[in-house]
Ligand binder design. Structure first.
Ligand code: ATP
Ligand code: MG
Length: 174
């Protein structure tokens, strides 16, 4: 799957609708402290169905909605739209929207769907919210600081073979 475009509105520090095109290959995000680099990565995870407040660096789910500043009023909703192309070449457009007091709603290719359907769309670990293709801040330092055994586990997880150890242990115990 190839992420092609991201559109954010009212999501964290992205108050006004902002559109970002993502070109094929490796994409890096650079900018001064606090400009919203991490928020961008969180937006990708969020639209894919991420619900863990820790991953979103928030207390509650509504904390992703622009909270306002000294000069700007808060927003009452946040919306992220992700346009992607599947490996088969099909266009995929996913929208997640959260309104204060009303929870999240999802649309896939223009149809209202359940959170579960979005989770299924990104069920493959290689493309979902926990994909090793999304490298967040601190992850690089974590890899460098890890003990050799831990680092091997990270690499195996990224390569998608971590599950093999579980299956080997299972087979050996029989
Ligand atoms: P660094 O280089 O320090 O890692 P960064 O570019 O990753 O910075 P982010 O952490 O993405 O920056 O953005 C932080 C900014 O987003 C802060 O200014 C914070 O106030 C703002 N922010 C986060 N959530 C909200 C929200 N709900 N409403 C308004 N602003 C928010
Ligand atoms: Mg950051």
């Amino acid at each position: 799957m190839l992420i092609k475009q991201l559109r954010l509105s009212g999501f964290k520090s992205f108050v006004e609708p902002s559109t970002l095109r993502i070109e094929p290959g490796l994409t890096g995000v650079v900018g001064p402290n606090g400009c919203g680099k991490s928020n961008l990565l969180e937006a990708i995870r969020w639209v894919m169905g991420e619900n863990s407040p820790k991953s979103m660096r928030s207390g509650g789910m509504e904390d992703v909605i622009f909270a306002g500043t000294a000069t700007r009023p808060p927003r009452d909703f946040a919306e992220v739209q992700l346009s992607a192309e599947s490996d088969d070449g099909d266009e995929l457009e996913v929208i997640r929207r959260i309104e204060r007091g009303a929870g999240s709603a999802y649309r896939v290719n223009g149809k209202d769907v359940r959170a579960k359907d979005v989770a299924l769309t990104f069920a493959d670990a290689a493309t979902g919210a926990h994909s090793p293709a999304l490298v967040s801040q601190g992850k690089i330092a974590q890899v460098i600081a890890a003990k050799p055994q831990e680092r091997r586990m990270m690499l195996e997880e990224a390569a998608g073979i971590a599950g093999l150890h579980v299956r080997r242990k299972d087979a050996e115990s029989k």
